[in-house]
Design a protein around this ligand. Structure first.
Ligand code: GLN
Length: 208
């Protein structure tokens, strides 16, 4: 059975484990190198990226996780997880580390004070473009956006309307094309389609 780990240092780990279990995979928390080495894919949850960065060092996981990502481990990051996977981060602490697995520039806390938290319906390439599919409800909590996506990074979703219309909030890329990141939190809505999208990538049976 496919085993997907959720980095369990901080953040909304339980919700991701539940969403992955609903997609019929073995979902396990990852806090040690041995656990990391036993997974076929990894989810980096929402939380607080500078704290997560510090805890990766405390738990001696930064180097092993970087190495596995560099070797092509499939990964999905939501919110703080998107920040951790990015190559470049704006508005973070100078000492915060990130994993450089996705060629994007991310702006932390980008939506600003007035809309620190909000919800909207999105079109998401590969999910809502299937016949009969409903739009995807997206929950943003002090979310980042993708300021710039590098060549070879596919934009999967953008903010559909309002002052931030067009901002990129979901992408796919990485050295092996199997790294996904969303600014929002699909693990809190009970709609498991984003997790299923990632599981399909891990299992190599995604629809093109
Ligand atoms: N603002 C947080 C950070 O900078 C991310 C928020 C979240 O993951 N919900 O890491």
């Amino acid at each position: 059975m496919t085993r997907i780990g959720v980095l369990a240092l901080q953040g909304d780990v339980r919700e991701h484990l539940a969403a992955l279990q609903a997609c019929d995979v073995d979902a396990v928390p990852v806090r040690r190198v041995g656990e990391l080495n036993a997974v076929d894919g990894v989810v980096i949850p929402g939380g607080e990226s500078t704290t997560m960065s510090r805890l990766l060092d405390v738990f001696d996981l930064y180097d092993p996780l970087s190495a596995r990502l560099h070797d092509g481990l499939p990964a999905y990051g939501s919110c703080a997880g998107m920040i951790m996977l990015a190559s470049r981060i704006l508005d973070t602490r100078p000492d915060a580390k990130h994993l450089d697995a996705l060629d994007i520039t991310v702006r932390r806390n980008a939506f600003g004070r007035q809309t620190e938290s909000f919800e909207t319906d999105l079109d998401f390439t590969g999910i809502t473009d299937r016949p009969g599919a409903e739009p995807l409800r997206a929950v943003f909590i002090r979310a980042p956006w993708v300021e710039e996506a590098g060549e070879g990074v596919e934009v999967l979703a953008r903010i559909p309307s309002g002052p931030e219309q067009g901002r990129i909030v979901a992408v796919r890329g990485g050295r092996a094309g199997n790294v996904v990141a969303t600014s929002f939190h699909p693990e809190v809505t009970g709609d498991h389609r984003v997790h299923q999208y990632f599981v399909d990538i891990v299992q190599g049976r995604e629809q093109q």
